[in-house]
Design a binder for this molecule. Structure first.
Ligand code: ZN
Length: 426
């Protein structure tokens, strides 16, 4: 990573030189150059990697930054980024206006491939977050399945992410990705994201066609009236169901809804008006349907919990969350009034707070104010495209169907050993 980035820098800044004594130091001579959105004309730049056990204070101290200034950086960064989250292996840069032997003017830490933290170490200390420019290109892909798509595509990062989107976000209610047939095939139109010319991931999937068991399953992304974007088939039916089966993935039900059971802690017999999903501590919990948070709180019995209102009929609640959920709530504004998206927004982490014997999420479900078992209740379908948006949907649909029709399926079949058959066009 470090090497690739360095090479890119060398290409972009054709006026830059490397210090022969220290290859991590670059001397920028070109005018009008920006790095991390900072004008760097005449700067010397040192690119480094955080070593095991090293912290920001230590790094800055080694580069002649005073303890007073380090303390200011620590205090100012609290509002934007926790410096304790700086990881070994993480990349940082020190930028010097004058000489590498003096105090740096900037310290930059790359939080991820897009976001970075800047500490300006001049007369007044400033700390802020900024982003690199992300370029998005629309791409197409297709594949034919010979054995298991899951295994075939997991070999490649790009395709694994696409498979996750197809399997978990677009088709989880339509196609069972663990039971695909040989000969099943798909086409997909998606956004690929780039930073500094480097592919960093898959963005939005605009449209897909999955041909499975002689059926065509179209998925077209469309923004519904004032709501979230959803995937619809060619007839404008929503591919999503109103509720997810579970608020956590990769889980097992450890206790079902019952009117009578012995409480594991108190030993008393009483009803269990929820479904327990056992999962490791820290597993993300999602709202099972789109909705608005009405409570994010703590009680002695529930522990940390969140309650979500989905409409005038349905409300759900998620109990025994881990204490770390509090930090997430503060960061993502998980509180009364916040709108959350089904299966997308994390509302907490599995824990064992309150009266719980082991890590699990107790999922409670209300229909018209009465607690019911969601597995024994007929649940609503998601609504089709609204009448007032129908013309807009038809126009958008035509564009995507035409684009899909121009994508060819690969001639060769995919199997575990030959993922090259996957034709992702760049
Ligand atoms: Zn329970």
């Amino acid at each position: 990573m470090r090497i690739i980035y360095f090479v890119i820098l060398m290409l972009i800044f054709n006026g830059c030189q490397t210090d022969p004594k220290d290859p991590t130091v670059e001397i920028i001579k070109n005018t009008e150059q920006y790095l991390y959105n900072i004008p760097i004309n005449g700067f010397q730049i040192k690119n480094e990697t955080v070593r095991n056990g090293q912290n920001v204070g230590e790094i800055l101290n080694q580069h002649n930054v005073s303890f007073v200034d380090i303390d200011k950086v620590a205090r100012l960064s609290k509002k934007v980024f926790d410096l304790r989250d700086v990881k070994a292996g993480g990349e940082y840069s020190l930028m010097f206006k004058d000489s590498i032997t003096t105090k740096p003017n900037y310290f930059i830490y790359e939080i991820n491939k897009v976001d970075f933290l800047v500490a300006k170490l001049e007369d007044s200390i400033q700390v802020y977050l900024d982003k690199k420019e992300v370029t998005i290109k629309e791409k197409t892909g297709s594949g034919v399945i010979n054995s298991s798509l899951w295994f075939a595509m997991e070999e490649s990062n790009l395709s694994a992410k696409l498979v996750n989107i197809l399997a978990d976000e677009i088709y989880p209610w339509t196609i069972d990705f663990f039971r695909l047939n040989s000969g099943d095939k798909f086409k997909v139109i998606y956004d690929a994201k780039y930073v500094d010319g480097e592919f960093i991931g898959v963005g939005k999937v605009h449209a897909a066609l999955f041909h499975s068991g002689n059926e065509d399953y179209y998925a077209i992304a469309f923004n519904e009236l004032g709501g979230f974007e959803d995937y619809f088939d060619e007839n404008g039916n929503n591919l999503r169901k109103f509720f997810l089966k579970a608020p956590v993935s990769f889980t097992r039900i450890s206790s079902r809804f019952t009117n009578k059971r012995k409480h594991p802690v108190t030993g008393r017999w009483k009803g269990h008006f929820g479904t327990d999903f056992a999962a490791p501590i820290g597993t993300p919990i999602y709202s099972t349907a789109d909705g608005q948070i009405i409570e994010a709180s703590y009680t002695k019995y529930n522990g940390y919990y969140v309650k979500v209102r989905h409409n005038s009929t349905y409300t759900t609640q998620y109990l025994h969350m881990d204490k770390s959920s509090k930090k997430l709530w503060a960061k993502n504004g998980i509180k009364k009034g916040k709108k959350v998206r089904q299966g997308v927004d994390i509302i907490g982490y599995v824990g064992r707070s309150g009266q719980a014997t082991g890590p699990h999420v107790c999922y409670r479900f209300w229909k018209n104010g009465k607690q019911v078992d969601p597995f024994k209740t007929k649940l609503p379908e998601a609504t089709p495209v609204n009448k007032s948006k129908r013309v807009e949907f038809e126009n958008s649909k035509q564009i995507w169907l035409e684009k899909l029709s121009t994508i060819n399926y690969p001639n060769e079949y995919l199997d575990i050993d030959s993922i090259e058959a996957l034709t992702f066009k760049f």
